[in-house]
Design a protein around this ligand. Structure first.
Ligand SMILES: Cc1cc2nc3c(=O)[nH]c(=O)nc-3n(C[C@H](O)[C@H](O)[C@H](O)COP(=O)(O)OP(=O)(O)OC[C@H]3O[C@@H](n4cnc5c(N)ncnc54)[C@H](O)[C@@H]3O)c2cc1C
Length: 464
């Protein structure tokens, strides 16, 4: 393998590639539960080297875990070996080039290992943006976004990651496959969509051709408050159904709003008093941000709702902390707090029922927990729901404490919505996949895998 590309057997490198960033991953690194560690970290520097690594791994029957930014929160990069005797982490950071930009078509080809900030920097030199800003933006990669059907915070404006993909270059154990030839096509089922979200099961994404947009001129972010969750859901639904969503549209429930206002420090009491004066009993924060869509269209639709404007300072405060999640989690973990997130999506008619069901399931398992929820991706027919859970960490059984809560919440999610709106399936959501896509769906995916990865070296134990 050394002859093909860089290989590291160092403990520090292997540990760094042992799992992602779920709460259970972080606990494993702190000595709770088994931590599968790859036998080596393999670092190709080109699509050709990726293909060669796969050839060698097939020959020696070694499992391969594609590793982008390693920000998976669903066990997607756990170094599982399945029936293989060895497993390597395939670190894609070496695939870091902007391959081409077609300014006329507004299409750019980026290699898979480019992180969010680097993609924006490279595209910025040509006056473009991708507009994909998930909370894991700072570390996650182009290949990871494609492999997990990621959704960024500005998805209402720029779309989900899969909406941006024009074509994908995939190295598979049976050869290279490029899917996607034109902006739209009727040449049979869309195989590009089979590759997007394949979580390293069908091949290694080496390059992605993406729709890009001109960099926004003067983006603007503002805070608003509505009275109660139902009023907020109704507001976001009507913005979505009238086609006037802001690029960033985010509604926090009363629990998340309480925490957000408390974190605002001395300004919080002024805001709280002002809201009381305006007769708001159950404040729910709404953040709206415009980067490429029309602000005036959103604002004129808002006038039909009872909304209190908090202004640009609240929007700026959200913008300032938009990528703080990972850092805050580490600090909370150090303080003995179990902190984890869950997400789903469902139709508007079930949004509140689903929120209540997940909340009840978590509180029943965890007792005195803080469970917060927000909507951050809205569609004409429904929305995502994102939950943050905080609870004192069990001293005796921290792994079991969260594992039981996760099962209870996932059962509730699976009854009323999708098991995942953007975190993907990985290892952790795999038990609920068949309920969502049916046994025929699972068989179809297995058949595709058998075709592309006949000896099963790719990412054992994930998705399927
Ligand atoms: C704090 C935090 C916040 C997050 N917020 C968001 C969010 O707002 N939106 C969102 O969508 N997600 C979010 N995530 C989840 C995660 O960041 C995404 O799933 C992201 O797309 C993963 O990218 P990555 O490069 O880190 O991939 P990894 O974590 O390295 O890999 C994810 C999966 O994709 C596979 N994979 C990676 N690269 C390739 C490749 N080139 N070819 C084939 N398979 C590959 C891996 O094997 C694995 O199964 C968040 C995670 C954290 C920790």
């Amino acid at each position: 393998m050394e002859a093909v590309c860089t290989v590291s057997l160092l403990d520090a490198d292997r540990l760094e590639h042992a799992g992602g960033l779920s709460y259970l991953d972080l606990l494993r690194h702190r000595g709770h539960g088994d931590l599968p560690v790859p036998d080596a970290v393999v670092a190709p520097a080109s699509p050709e080297e990726v293909a060669e690594v796969l050839r060698v791994c097939v020959e020696h029957d070694v499992a391969v875990v594609p590793f982008g930014g390693g920000t998976s929160v669903v066990g997607g990069v756990e170094a599982l070996r399945g029936p293989k005797s060895a497993v390597v982490a395939l670190d894609l950071a070496g695939l870091g080039s902007l391959v081409s930009v077609d300014p006329l078509s507004r299409v750019a080809v980026l290699q898979a290992g480019i992180t969010g900030p680097e993609a924006e920097r490279l595209l910025g030199e040509h006056g473009f943006t991708l507009g994909h800003f998930p909370q894991s933006f700072e570390r996650a990669t182009i290949g990871g976004f494609a492999a997990t059907r990621s959704a960024g915070q500005a998805s209402s404006g720029y779309g989900r990651f899969e909406d941006m993909v024009e074509s994908v270059r995939l190295a598979t154990p049976v050869g290279e496959w490029v899917v996607g030839a034109a902006p739209a096509s009727a040449a049979g089922p869309d195989l590009k969509q089979l590759v997007i979200g394949s979580e390293g099961q069908f091949g290694v994404i080496t390059e992605v051709s993406l729709r890009v947009r001109p960099r926004p001129y003067g983006p603007r972010y503002e805070g608003f408050v509505v009275d109660g969750w139902e009023a907020g859901v109704s507001l976001v639904r009507s913005l979505a159904q009238d086609g006037v969503l802001a690029d960033i549209t985010r509604l926090s429930d009363e629990h998340e709003t309480e925490v957000a206002l408390a974190l605002a420090g001395s300004k919080a009491s002024v805001v709280t008093r002002y809201l009381r004066f305006r007769g708001v009993a159950k404040p729910c924060l709404v953040i709206l941000g415009w980067e490429c869509r029309s602000r005036s269209a959103t604002m004129s639709s808002l006038s039909g709702h009872r909304v209190v404007r908090l202004g640009r300072a609240m929007g700026a405060s959200w913008l300032h902390g938009r990528y703080n999640g990972p850092r805050q989690r580490d600090a909370l973990l150090d303080a003995g707090v179990c902190v984890e997130t869950l997400e789903t999506a469902t139709h508007w008619s079930r949004v509140s029922e689903l929120r209540d069901a997940v909340r009840s399931a978590l509180l029943a398992e965890l007792g005195d927990a803080v469970v917060m929820c927000h909507i951050s991706h809205a569609y004409e027919t429904g929305a995502s729901l994102y939950f943050t859970v905080l609870v004192p960490r069990s001293l005796e059984d921290p792994v079991g404490q969260w594992a039981r809560a996760k099962v209870a919440a996932s059962d509730a999610i699976s009854r009323l919505g999708t098991i995942t709106h953007h975190h993907a399936v990985g290892r952790d959501h795999q038990p609920w996949l068949e309920n969502e896509i049916g046994s025929i769906g699972v068989d179809v995916l297995r058949a595709v895998k058998a075709q592309l990865d006949p000896t099963g070296i790719l990412n054992p134990g994930k998705l399927l």
